[in-house]
Ligand binder design. Structure first.
Ligand code: 5RP
Length: 274
């Protein structure tokens, strides 16, 4: 299993740069930040940390690379930084998106796109995560893109995960459920199986639509919460992969090669697997 071996502080040295113009969560201007309640301040800290990790990730891309483009708000910042680099340095870079949302964002930022049909081997994949433990194991899929994200990450020589410190956990499953993408007709049997495995399964429902979230593949997502976290991620992985009707799930084991943890002070802790 891959695990952390080296740590480099890649404290960003570009000065007061940052502040993505299209910040996903929206950053209030600095001059009003002093009066903001602490909750807002902590979300600003998180946003700064996400941007720090995202910028460090974009800096890993080299001319001529094919890059897997993950999904979620942290990766969205990386796309913006990468788009700026492509423009400023005239880089020849192509990206493979992991969701419709990322495809649209990448186009907005001028990142040329390709597919695994044309480019099945990738140099790098950049993506966020919902949880990461000390052994580089992840839970992903809060945005419902985990199936494509796993395919793309698997095709990459390096799978770089970018997170803020709230994503670091000592045990997987303590903060986020494991999303399980299923054929709609298999939802009830899979929920029963998850229940038998000690999870509390719920069908993910949409905010701006009545009914279930429908993924980019036209499938449904069951979120499996484990009240005390996941005791044996490998066993759960096997159990889910063996289950008919499951397309894929959000446990990413033995996949990440690098984890970039951005901090609110704009430093970045870069951990590389052995
Ligand atoms: C989407 C994902 C995201 O990468 C994950 O949810 C992290 O998102 P964010 O950077 O917005 O916290 O797995 O399926």
């Amino acid at each position: 299993m891959r695990g952390p071996s080296t740590r480099h502080d890649v404290r960003a040295d570009q000065g007061p740069r940052r502040r993505c113009q299209n910040a996903i969560d929206g950053c209030p201007p600095q001059h009003i930040s002093d009066t903001l309640p602490s909750l807002t301040r902590s979300s600003m800290d998180r946003d700064t940390a996400k941007q720090a990790a995202a910028e460090a990730a974009a800096q890993l891309v080299r001319d001529g690379m094919c890059v897997g483009l993950g999904s979620g708000s942290t990766t969205a910042y990386a796309l913006e930084f990468l788009g700026r680099r492509i423009q400023a340095e005239d880089l020849d870079v192509q990206g493979v998106p992991t969701s419709f949302a990322t495809e649209r964002r990448a186009r907005t930022h001028g990142i040329p796109l390709t597919s695994l049909d044309d480019t099945p081997s990738l140099d790098l994949a950049l993506d966020g995560a919902d949880e990461v433990d000390d052994a580089f194991r992840l839970i992903k899929g809060a945005g419902g893109a985990h199936a494509r994200e796993k395919v793309v990450a698997h095709q990459a020589d390096r799978f770089v995960v970018l997170v803020d410190p709230t994503k670091e956990v000592s045990r997987l499953g303590t903060q986020f459920p494991v999303p399980v993408e299923v054929l709609p007709m298999a939802a009830t049997p899979v929920m029963n199986a998850l229940d038998a495995a000690g999870a509390t399964p719920t069908l993910r429902t949409a905010d701006a639509k009545d009914g279930p979230v429908v993924t980019d593949q036209g499938l449904w997502i069951i979120d499996a919460r484990f009240p005390d976290g996941i005791e044996n991620p490998d066993a759960l992985n096997r159990r889910l992969c063996d289950r008919p009707g499951v397309l894929d799930h959000g446990l990413f084991l033995d996949m990440a090669t690098d984890v970039l943890v951005g901090r609110p002070d704009e430093s970045v802790d870069h951990r590389s697997a052995s």
